[in-house]
Design a protein around this ligand. Structure first.
Ligand code: FAD
Length: 292
């Protein structure tokens, strides 16, 4: 099925994001996690594309293996970094050949410093929007794009960020998934400004619980915004107690997901970091609140 259609049905979708493994141990961990999370029967799972286009083969291979060996519906991420249009067409052809119909089209960051200069491959594309068009021309794909509650770190202002997001949607994106964020209001503001601009592309929140203090700095770097100060203060008070930090992270993430579901989000996409326990814990909190 097309993920764009699943996301438009009335009940929210639940989905999990994995990264292609880099080592044999990483591969074992990923497959153990996939098998554990498969029992939760998510609507789909996604497999990221390594920074700088480095995991082209593993992303395609893992996505294909999920499609053939599990009951899960996989989506492959695809980035434009360091790829010519011919190479992009080749990857898209391999995905199509493996029966993969769902792709998340993101521009990708330059290798090394994610905020370093973005240099277009001489025969490549410049923006995610171009990747969306390429996928649309290449076959019957359901195409997703990225959305940024705090605006993309490279965008000068929220208005320009929103305009560019809508361009991607008009280029043929069926749905969007957000970068991680830690306050439901950040997502709701994004949803409102996109809707106010006349765009009805469904936007699925991407979430990841804080499990240790180090996640906070990493999250701030990825989301392009400081971690919410009021929440940071709560974590800092218990920073020496790893178990308490983890428990607070799971609680806050569960509360935020519940609020988002109450607000009628089209789904929730969990960034798993290839581990299952935290995702299962948040899931169980939510499941406990779903009326039977
Ligand atoms: P774009 O939509 O191209 O936007 C990039 C910047 O250019 C923005 O500031 C935008 O406002 C601006 N812009 C866009 N169009 C125009 C235009 N026409 N004119 C002027 N300015 C414009 N990275 C990976 O490497 N692998 C992954 O698998 C991956 N998965 C991700 C999944 C999700 C859900 C998210 C949120 C991000 C993911 N990323 C991934 C990170 C992503 O590649 C980076 O955040 C990247 O910097 C931005 O990608 P984008 O697709 O939003 O870019």
């Amino acid at each position: 099925p097309a993920i764009g259609e699943l996301i438009r049905r009335p009940e929210p979708t639940f989905s999990f994001e994995f990264m292609p493994p880099k080592t044999r141990d990483g591969e074992r961990l990923l497959w153990q996690t996939i098998r554990e999370l498969e029992t939760l029967r998510p609507d789909f799972v996604s497999i990221t594309y390594g920074a700088g286009g480095t995991t082209r083969d593993t992303t395609v291979a893992v996505t294909e293996r999920v499609a053939t060996e599990t009951t899960l519906l996989p989506m492959a991420h695809l980035t434009a970094v360091n790829h010519s249009v011919a190479e992009l067409r080749n990857v898209i052809g391999r995905l199509a050949g493996a029966g993969i119909r769902n792709v998340l089209a993101v521009r990708g960051d330059p290798p090394g410093d994610p905020m370093g200069e973005w240099v277009r491959h001489p025969d490549g594309v410049l923006y995610a929007e171009d990747l969306v068009r390429l996928l649309r021309e290449s076959g019957d794909f359901s195409v997703g794009v990225a959305a940024f509650p705090y605006k993309h770190p490279r965008s000068a202002d929220i208005e320009g960020d929103t305009r560019n997001f809508i361009r991607k949607c008009r280029a043929g994106a069926d749905f969007a998934i957000t970068q991680m964020f830690f306050e439901a209001d950040e997502y709701l503001r994004l949803r409102d400004r996109v809707a106010a601009a006349g765009c009805d592309t469904p936007i699925v929140p991407g979430v990841m619980p804080v499990l240790r203090m180090a996640t906070i700095a990493r999250a701030a770097q990825l989301s392009g915004a400081p971690f919410p100060p009021a929440l940071l203060a709560r974590f800092e008070r218990i920073a020496g107690d790893d178990a308490a930090v983890r428990a607070l992270g799971i609680d806050l993430c569960s509360e935020m997901c519940q609020r988002l579901l109450d607000e009628g989000v089209p789904g929730i996409h969990f960034i798993t970091m290839n581990r299952s326990t935290a995702t299962r814990e948040v899931w169980q909190h939510l499941a406990a609140n779903v009326p039977a």
